[in-house]
Design a protein around this ligand. Structure first.
Ligand SMILES: [Zn+2]
Length: 214
């Protein structure tokens, strides 16, 4: 890491049992990234550690179970935007919603909980998805990072094609230099990898592997 590392934040996205193999919204290979996440979180190469945590109220609008006749992974129109319907996951206070027990979270300065509005989903750590007024309300993460003098963010976690991607896009939009630690992410749909990577690179997001940063 270079001498500017104190201005770099590591953001771990949604490292929660419900997204791990065996969970209701399992991301294939999600558990394979835990070892390198542990190394990244233990490294001195980052000035700040932040975690996002998917944290839904019971019967959240993103749950297929809320929509009669619909199945998980169906796509509906919600407030004029596509909304993927998910299996029930990360319900507030349940064990599956906890930050994963295999990692040491004590150096994490801030935990940004998202998806708490019963009627709005949230993939990004920076902003909710669209609400009924067509807006994407902010979580406050960008302001927090700026007040901590962070200029660069490195993203890892789950899932590559949803919460990591959306967080990376919003981080660019907020003016941060953004790196995705590609091998420390896994996708819901690995067939989207090429497009996810190309979309992010087109925005100026740098792709790295964990070993580059350790
Ligand atoms: Zn969710």
């Amino acid at each position: 890491m270079d001498s500017h590392s104190r201005f770099t934040a590591l953001i771990t996205v949604d490292i929660q049992p419900d997204f791990m193999p065996g969970g209701p919204l399992a991301v294939t290979g999600g558990d394979e990234i835990l070892e390198s996440l542990g190394k990244l979180m233990g490294s001195d190469g980052f000035g700040l550690l932040v975690a996002t945590q998917d944290w839904h109220p019971f019967a959240h609008i993103s749950f297929a179970s809320r929509h009669p006749g619909k199945n998980p992974f169906d796509v509906i129109s919600l407030y004029g935007q596509d909304q993927v319907l998910w299996p029930d996951h990360c319900v507030q206070g349940t064990p599956g919603a906890a930050l994963h027990g295999a990692l040491d979270w004590h150096r994490v300065s801030a935990i940004i909980r998202k998806g708490m509005d019963p009627a709005v989903d949230s993939y990004s750590g920076f902003r909710n998805n669209w609400d009924s007024e067509g807006k994407r309300p902010k979580t406050g993460l960008a302001g927090y990072l700026r007040e901590r003098r962070i200029t660069d963010v490195c993203l890892c976690g789950l899932a590559r094609d949803f919460c990591v991607k959306w967080s990376a896009e919003d981080a660019v939009d907020e003016g941060f230099n953004v790196t995705v630690i590609w091998d420390a992410t896994r996708a819901v749909d690995p067939s989207s990898d090429e497009k996810v990577r190309a979309d992010l690179e087109a925005l100026g997001v740098r792709m790295a592997v964990a070993d580059d940063l350790l």
